[in-house]
Design a protein around this ligand. Sequence first.
Ligand SMILES: [Zn+2]
Length: 72
Amino acid sequence: MSDAADDAQDYETHRRASALADAAPKPGPPPLIIDGVACCAECEEPIPPARLKALPGVGLCMACAEELEAER
Ligand SMILES: [Zn+2]
């Protein structure tokens, strides 16, 4: 009985995690590392630290990410 409930909860936890991952903005290409600084893969401008903190692993600056979104 409790095993079934645990299984159901595990299942729900996994489903929710993957749904959230799907809903999160796609990181796109990895950033270029120039002199140890993460830079935009498109325009090669340094990515602001605040953006990197908000979107870890993001490879595009705000302007290029918006451009990419607009193309979709
Ligand atoms: Zn850029």
